[in-house]
Design a protein around this ligand. Structure first.
Ligand code: G4P
Length: 531
């Protein structure tokens, strides 16, 4: 039986990722959350991205050159006796599969939306992954200190573009650039925005109703009337508050605020921590494994190479799912059926690495990887051979034909490409009836092509040639007796196979996907494949 202090450690963990489109305010919000928590472990990315907007490479020249953070990190802090793990995700447009995979290790998500821009493309993509996992999603609509879209328009966008119900927890007053504050729908109070001192004060309703004359005195008649009308409309026509739906990711509670001025961040954090779940069970080949299970288990969700160029090491990031982790413990690497000692575990993973003595379900640790881990591998303390469900391969959106300039370097080329694919930086496809001199590489963000070129040259001494291909969509084919010779495609479709020799189709447009689906009714075309 798990002891009480262990259970307490599990139950106070909250592990989440922040999803947003670049510039919506993810970094700012993260910083403010850390401020409240007095971060105990602060990963490089936030600090660095802020301190020197361009520069600071955690691990790769390319980051320096581009002034962006290519990889994600983990931040941990304590707040009100919660132990909070934030999984940071790259914010640049050229984000990669890593961003998606990080979401596989999160128990919930915070979605940041810029009030002037609404739901943007990257938010939508990341949201889809959260939805696929059915994790709770908490929305923070940011930058209310500036003029933005009308809150009803934003609610409609969330529902229409993302297809999720929403429940505004508070409602902004003065969204045309004259921000007054928000009305808290549950506490029936107005949190007043003061631009000057960046603080906030609260005016409570004595009658627990938005029509309280105290609010009229505070806001003036016009704003007060508008607020009353809008709240009435929300109460009548809006979705009901439903905790069950929130926890299943079917309804998102929405907060309006301003991260930069710290307005609304604390109520959001407190609500979020008390509402969202501690780590819950995860499906494995032995059914659902509870985090309270004594047997230590975890899975690798990300592999990062050369974090420290001087050492050329790889770090495998492990999400702990059950049991207690202790430094130096020996665990089974289930896929290869070998024991490995986790001797130099690090808990957070950018510039300042901290060696962890103990860690609990919900935590992320990084362990040195001498090249034995793949994404999705399970580690397990006992001999039960527990294996968690695989981590999906997300559909690449950019494709290129790649080969070594010098054919004598083919071996190194293949080695490098294989290793980068194992890390999940790229996806490798082979054309049928063609050898491995020339591969098709698929990536989620185009920056990964630069990463590929840079790393093959720097780490494997291979110069490559790359020819961009016009394909934009990939679908894995699931079909009994798939035969590439009889499968009916369109002229602009290419049949290839992935690393696991699964048949894959590359398409140039949505239209072709539809046609091929119609022409092959027995085939299921999947956007995501599980390793
Ligand atoms: P990201 O991580 O999502 O990419 O966004 P980030 O926090 O870096 O914020 C992007 C820009 O938006 C920053 O301005 C930031 O100061 C601003 N911002 C964030 N939250 C708010 C807010 O609540 N209100 C307003 N008005 N602005 C906000 P920048 O000019 O790009 O950078 P900086 O010079 O402020 O560092």
């Amino acid at each position: 039986m798990a002891d009480k202090s262990f259970l307490n450690e599990v139950n106070r963990r909250r592990t989440f990722a922040i999803i947003s489109h670049p510039d919506a305010g993810k970094t700012t919000l993260t910083e403010k959350l850390l401020l409240y928590g007095g971060a105990i472990r602060l990963a490089g990315s936030v600090k660095a991205r802020r301190a020197q907007k361009h520069a600071v490479s955690d691990w790769m020249e390319i980051e320096k050159q581009r002034g962006i953070s290519v990889t994600s990190s983990v931040l941990q802090f304590e707040y009100n006796n919660y132990c909070v793990n934030i999984l940071d995700t790259p914010g640049h447009q050229d984000f990669s599969e890593d961003t998606y995979r990080t979401l596989m290790a999160a128990d919930s998500a915070v979605m940041v939306i810029d009030c002037a821009k609404g739901v943007e493309p990257q938010t939508k993509k990341l949201f889809e992954v959260c939805r696929m996992r059915g994790i709770p999603i908490f929305t923070f609509i940011n930058k209310l200190d500036r003029a933005g879209k009308h809150p009803f328009e934003l609610m409609e966008e969330i529902e229409k573009v993302l297809g999720i119900q929403s429940y505004p927890m508070n409602w902004p007053i003065g969204t045309d650039g004259d921000f007054k504050g928000v009305f808290d729908r549950q506490k029936h109070q107005i949190e007043v925005f003061h631009e000057k001192n960046h603080g906030q004060s609260i005016v409570e309703s004595t009658v627990s109703d938005v029509s309280d004359p105290a609010f009229k005195d505070l806001l003036g008649e016009s704003y007060h009337n508008q607020l009353m009308e809008e709240i009435e409309l929300l109460d009548m026509a809006g979705d009901d508050y439903d905790l069950n739906k929130i926890l299943k990711g079917e309804l998102t509670p929405v907060f309006f605020g301003s991260a930069m001025t710290t307005f609304g961040v604390k109520p959001f954090l407190e609500y979020f921590l008390s509402t969202t779940n501690p780590p819950s069970g995860r499906m494995s080949n032995h059914g659902e494994i509870s985090p309270e299970n004594d047997n230590f288990t975890g899975f690798v969700f990300k592999i990062q190479a050369n974090m420290n160029p001087a050492h050329r090491d790889r770090i495998a990031f492990i999400r702990i799912c059950s049991g207690e982790f202790e430094k130096g413990m020996e665990v089974n690497h289930v896929r290869v059926n070998k024991k490995v000692r986790l001797s130099q575990p690090q808990q957070f993973l950018a510039q300042d690495r901290v060696v962890v003595e103990k860690a609990y379900p919900g935590d992320i640790i990084g362990v040195h990887d001498p090249g034995i881990f793949n994404i999705g591998d399970t580690l397990c303390q006992d001999g039960s051979k527990t294996e968690y469900e695989g981590i999906p391969m997300f559909a690449s959106e950019h494709f290129a034909k790649v080969y070594a300039k010098d054919s004598m370097k083919r071996k190194q080329f293949l080695k490098g490409v294989t290793q980068l694919a194992e890390e999940g930086a790229i996806q490798v496809y082979r054309q049928l009836y063609i050898g491995t001199e020339e591969l098709i590489i698929g990536v989620v963000g185009v920056l990964q092509f630069e990463v590929l070129e840079f790393r093959l040259q720097n780490e494997y001494g291979v110069e490559i040639k790359m020819q961009q291909l016009p394909y934009k969509h990939v679908r894995w084919v699931e079909m009994k007796d798939f035969d590439p010779d009889t499968f009916k495609t369109t002229t602009d479709t290419l049949i290839v196979e992935d690393d696991n020799e699964k048949p894959v189709l590359l398409f140039q447009n949505e239209w072709s996907i539809q046609r091929v689906a119609e022409r092959n009714p027995d085939a299921v075309l999947k956007e995501i494949s599980v390793h």
